[in-house]
Design a protein around this ligand. Structure first.
Ligand code: PEP
Length: 251
């Protein structure tokens, strides 16, 4: 079964009207005429810029992603953004369980699973982020941690679990310039693939992304691993040329 590839940029809390215009303009120009059904490209923009980004990516190969979604449908939840709202702006993917949300906003496995559920119900593909801290890696707990994080999402979304994307992002590699080695990343991806295989007969087609200081120089080697189907890219997604080179490495 062929797996589609995905390179998703996570802009985090960066950008502005002029900067977004310039970055998406450069990506549009760089991707023009290079449409490739085997590798999707997405950018996860801050929520206030979804409308702007929607109009800038219209008619291009770039798809829109959000960085978070509420576990609620609507109502008295100040500051939250629902899946239905994201959908109205053409959002195709949403990150759930990014380590920065787990760490700074206390998001639990159960909350992440509930967010994935709301995304799926709205027809948005959740990119479920899992990953261990440095302490956990050094204590030999990596596999237990990522299995536990993914198990919560599988448990809550069993019937449509084949519709998710999983991103393995070792916390110690995010924004640090310290990338997991291709072998380290592949080892975890193989475990995640096996876990998905126990949950769905079509696990082979679920994209497993690597994230954590992926850049133009290391992307090709990471993406060459058997179970790495793409990347979730933070810092390097803010520089058009770097992001385009990562996309080229995936094609
Ligand atoms: C991320 O934020 O998901 C990420 C992987 O960041 P960076 O590429 O900057 O490490």
């Amino acid at each position: 079964m062929t797996r589609s590839k995905l390179i998703a940029g996570n802009w985090k809390m960066n950008g502005g009207l002029a900067a977004n215009d310039a970055l998406l303009g450069a990506l549009r120009a760089g991707l023009r005429g290079s449409g490739d059904a085997t590798c999707a490209v997405a950018v996860a923009v801050p929520a206030p810029y979804l409308a702007q980004a929607q109009s800038l990516v219209q008619g291009t190969a770039i798809q829109l992603a959000a960085q978070d979604v509420s576990q609620h449908d609507g109502g008295a939840y100040t500051g939250e953004v629902s899946a239905a709202m994201l959908r109205e702006f053409g959002t195709r993917y949403v990150l759930v369980g990014h380590s920065e949300r787990r760490q700074y906003h206390g998001e639990s496995d159960a909350l992440v699973a509930a967010k994935a559920q709301k995304a799926l119900a709205a027809g948005i593909t959740p990119i479920v982020c899992v990953g261990e801290t440095l302490d956990q890696r050094e204590a030999g707990q990596t596999m237990d941690v990522v299995r536990r994080q993914l198990a919560a999402v599988i448990h809550a979304n069993g019937h449509c679990i084949s519709e998710i994307v999983v991103a393995y992002e070792p916390v110690w590699a995010i924004g640090t310039g310290r990338t997991a080695s291709p072998a380290q990343a592949q080892e975890v991806h193989a475990v995640l693939r096996a876990q998905m295989a126990a949950a769905t007969q079509v696990a082979a087609r679920v994209p497993l992304l690597y994230g954590g200081s992926m850049n133009a120089a290391n992307a090709a080697e990471l993406l060459a691993q058997d179970d790495i189907d793409g990347g979730l890219v933070g810092g390097a997604s803010l520089k058009a040329q770097d992001f385009l080179q990562i996309i080229a490495a995936a094609r």
